[in-house]
Design a protein around this ligand. Structure first.
Ligand code: FAD
Length: 398
């Protein structure tokens, strides 16, 4: 009998004989893409999983506009490229592809209608000073096989000094995707509690006691997925809040559909797609650290100017910003929290959908098999973790 079979059979026997509340194999805190995707992988493998969500499942992602899936995730970020040695970089590139494969295989296996569309994609330099970044992206792409090649063709009228075609980009409707995974999880007997705020966690021997606004639950392992600061007082992990801006427009019907980035650090993204016969554009970027006194209008205005100057826009239809949380080094923490039965997958960048899917692959590998091919890429190990800091892992407030 495998380790997992042993765990589940013990749980089920106990449940049957005593009629006590179940001891879940895993409780997942947070029902957005990381939580739902991991819950499904674990439940499908035979574990008994409970998914606890403070609000409604999937409410922290975009349900109105298309979500960009970037299998490069932050491989376009020079800082990250410079931190990793060649072997890690190769693994990093492979991980992005595997995360995209997980999404594609879920869509195929569960026949999910979520507007998944692979997209023609480019990265370009706007100024000579951006060219070294672009050269780096192409060189790294060649080395690690992520497919970036110089070209002369551009889908948009944005002036550039150099441009390269890249692969591994697509778009989908995030909420439709998450809802379909959730339905499969429930079909397999997975337990979901919405409007359930996790307040405190304690440990008694090997059992974790999860105190929530909807009562006490018990489990053997816990996964934290919230990306919000309110739950990220998981000291000693450090997460820094950044703001990401988007302006969306409706374009002229003859406009091209494609995705392009500039090589600014951080980059601007131009995502042109079709929805219900309309040609839409989302221009994103102007990311900065959250600091007092920054005026959002300034950043929205800059994005708007890019639309006005380079596209045939019929109207600006929406503007929004959201906060994401980065780690000091820009790489998320995904893995087991040192010396505990608790796991974390957090600290993503604006390419959170891919990182969340990757997180669900890594965490389910660790829980089910005790290892993951990518476990060392995103260490959930804090540099210096003292016993008192470990105590802080229980302190969750929302
Ligand atoms: C408007 C918008 C557009 C986006 N566009 C893109 C895009 O184009 N491409 C892309 O890759 N990414 C995009 N993202 C980012 C992406 O959606 C996120 O990175 C992704 O949702 C992260 O999912 P998650 O499950 O890891 O965490 P989260 O989305 O943070 O979900 C965690 C969940 O935990 C819950 N929670 C928090 N505290 C508690 C508690 N105490 N008890 C119980 N539950 C709790 C929260 O309610 C939340 O639902 C976008 C995000 C937004 C908001």
């Amino acid at each position: 009998m495998s380790e997992i079979q042993q765990i589940t059979s013990v749980v089920r026997r106990k449940k049957y004989k005593t009629k006590k509340k179940p001891v879940y194999d895993v409780i997942i805190i947070g029902g957005c893409v990381t939580g739902v995707s991991t819950a499904l992988l674990l439940q499908k493998a035979g574990l008994n999983v409970a998914l606890l969500e403070y609000s409604k499942i999937g409410f922290l992602t975009s349900g109105s506009y298309t979500t960009h899936l970037n299998a490069y995730y932050d491989a376009l970020n020079n800082d990250i490229v410079q931190q990793l040695d060649f072997d890690s970089l190769k693994l990093y590139a492979e991980a992005g592809k595997d995360a995209l494969k997980l999404i594609e295989s879920n869509i195929a296996a569960y026949n999910i209608e979520c507007e998944f569309t692979p997209a023609e994609s480019y990265v370009f330099s706007v100024t000579k000073s951006q060219e070294p970044v672009l050269d780096n992206i192409v060189a790294v792409g060649e080395l690690v096989g992520t497919g970036a090649k110089y070209t002369e063709k551009s889908p948009f009228k944005i002036p550039y000094t150099k441009i390269a075609a890249i692969s591994g980009q697509s778009t989908l409707h995030a909420v439709k995707y998450i809802s379909a995974l959730l339905a499969e999880f429930k079909n397999l007997g997975g337990y979901v509690l919405e409007r359930c705020r996790v307040l405190k966690i304690e440990q008694e021997n090997n059992i974790q006691l999860v105190y929530s606004s909807r009562g006490k639950l018990q489990c053997r392992k816990i996964l934290y997925t919230p990306q919000t600061s309110r739950i990220l007082n998981l000291k000693p992990f450090r997460f820094i809040p950044y703001v990401h801006y988007t302006v969306a427009a409706r374009l002229d019907k003859n406009s091209n559909t494609a995705i392009a980035y500039d090589a600014a650090q951080p980059c601007h993204r131009f995502i042109a797609y079709e929805k219900d016969g309309d040609h839409m554009l989302a221009v994103r970027g102007e990311d900065h650290r959250v600091v007092k006194g920054k005026r959002r209008e300034v950043y929205f205005h800059r994005l708007e100017q890019k639309i006005i100057n380079h596209f045939n826009a019929e109207e600006i239809i929406a503007k929004w910003s959201y906060v994401y949380y980065k780690t000091d080094k820009g790489l998320p923490h995904i893995g087991a929290i040192q010396g505990t039965d608790r796991y974390i997958s957090a600290g993503y960048n604006p390419d959170g959908m891919i990182l969340a899917s990757l997180g669900s692959l890594i965490i389910s590998g660790l829980i089910l098999n005790g290892h993951s091919k990518y476990e060392n890429l995103f260490p959930a190990k804090a540099d210096k973790m003292t016993p008192s800091q470990m105590g802080r892992l229980d302190e969750i407030s929302f």
